[in-house]
Design a protein around this ligand. Structure first.
Ligand code: GTR
Length: 435
């Protein structure tokens, strides 16, 4: 009893109220696989834009209206225009890949224009890892990571600790890992190279730090005079925008197949990756792992993290307009199934873990079902599996559900790779059905 009280106190001290709520939910035996409640209707009436009966109706009328609404009420507005310049590019020695791959490092400069006014530019690094054996343009996985690229000396840039896990180890990081079993497992770079995939990576916190004050200052510098606006962009939108800037850099590279560029992100970067795919159709597919609130999980009727919790804990992630929906999620004019639908007909992978109730696997499943009618407009099946545990990597929406807690573990990568191979392997299916 005394031990339990001590453990509770330690957890409180380490993770605060929100962390404790996550832990409690994870350890309670909540059955998240129960029959999902009815899914929301993606094609129902919206903002008076008339009936949506064809893919063209969707593309020309509904999708632009939804993108506007997502920016206005949740994520904040993207810039009107953006510029990306490659400043330097150099090969980097990467003995860990032997003959399998080669690594290049780019310095790039990005800037945004809001309301006709150009903002401060930012300079940051991109790593590009390509398979040495490629005979033609290769598919690439475009990642945002939790550890600085400079950690490469210790490990490749795309490896590292999980959220809340210091990349350099330390007592706090070990304790967090122990309690949450939370780790961004080292991406199996050799496996990816072996299968002909390249990897492009950045450390997005170099551009928008993941701390409220510093994050808001960086967002303000990237988008002048927006700081006070209710709809100034938040870090999720800005990190999403960075996926697009990464594509500016590699999309024209003749070694890379412009029809096989897949955004990958876990948790907060899973939200950013999904947002990016919904707004930039140069992204051919997305792996959004455990993205939860503000990601792939429905906000309405959500279990675990609420709008109040996420906007309190991370005031820099969203537009302040989103704060107003705390406790009144039902009033949101959009929900996350429509964000998934904005990716249609491109493939989407949604990763989930049974004990990650905070992220709400069930709400994510319902969101996937809710996106289906839009995939059907494009002549596709969308989510095509019997239930939450019936993973189908071939599905346009592949819903993955494993036991355990939040994080990426060894079970996840084989599932990611199965999805990557099914849709973007050596027999690419192209981008039929898109503009
Ligand atoms: C949590 C947050 C989630 C999720 C996660 C992460 O604390 O509540 O929305 O994004 O962080 O990024 O690991």
């Amino acid at each position: 009893m005394r031990l339990a009280a001590l453990a509770a106190l330690a957890a409180w001290g380490l993770f605060g109220a929100t962390g404790c709520a996550q832990l409690a939910l994870a350890w309670a035996s909540v059955d998240v696989t129960g029959k999902p409640a009815a899914e929301p209707a993606a094609l129902g009436p919206f903002a008076g834009d008339g009936p949506i009966k064809t893919a063209d109706d969707w593309r020309e009328r509904r999708a632009p209206a939804l993108r506007e609404a997502f920016q206005q009420h949740i994520y904040g507005f993207l810039p009107d225009a953006s510029e990306t310049r490659v400043l330097t590019r150099r090969p980097v020695e990467a003995p860990e890949f032997v003959d399998l791959g080669y690594l290049e490092e780019f310095q790039i400069q990005v800037s945004a224009t809001f309301d006709g006014e150009a903002a401060d530019s930012q300079i940051f690094g991109i790593d590009l890892l390509l398979p040495a054996s490629a005979r033609g343009p290769v598919p690439v996985v475009i990642m945002q990571t939790f550890c600085p690229l400079t950690d490469r000396s210790a490990k490749p840039a795309v490896t590292g600790g999980g959220p809340g896990v210091s990349c350099n180890g330390g007592v706090l990081s070990r304790l967090t890992k122990l309690l949450f079993r939370r780790s961004i497992a080292t991406p199996p770079l050799v496996d990816l190279l072996d299968r002909g995939f390249g990897v492009v990576t950045i450390y997005p916190k170099d551009v928008v730090p993941d701390r409220p004050r510093a994050g808001l200052d960086a967002l303000d510098a990237l988008g002048p005079r927006r700081a006070e606006s209710d709809t100034r962009w938040g870090a999720i939108a800005a990190w999403g925008w960075l996926y697009s800037r990464m594509i500016d850099v590699v999309g024209d590279d003749p070694r890379i197949d412009p029809n096989r560029m897949i955004a990958f992100g876990h948790s907060r970067f899973g939200k950013a990756a999904l947002f990016a795919a919904a707004f930039d159709d140069r992204i051919d597919g997305v792996i959004s792992n455990q993205s939860g609130a503000g990601g792939a999980a429905l906000s309405k009727g959500k279990k675990g993290e609420t709008v109040r919790a996420i906007t309190n804990d991370f005031p820099h992630w969203f537009a302040t307009a989103f704060d107003d929906y705390a406790g009144r999620e039902q009033d949101l004019p959009v929900d996350q199934h429509q964000l998934i639908a904005l990716v249609a007909p491109r493939p989407v992978f949604l990763g989930n873990a049974r004990r990650d109730v905070w992220a709400d696997p069930n709400g994510t499943y319902r969101a996937a079902l809710g996106a289906n009618p839009v995939y059907e407009l494009f002549g596709r099946a969308g989510l095509d599996q019997g239930g939450m545990t019936d993973f189908n990597p071939q599905g346009d929406i592949a819903y993955w559900f494993r036991p355990g807690m939040h994080g990426i573990d060894r079970r996840d990568w084989p599932a990611f790779i199965a999805f990557l191979e099914a849709h973007f392997g050596n027999a690419p299916r192209g981008r039929e059905g898109e503009n």
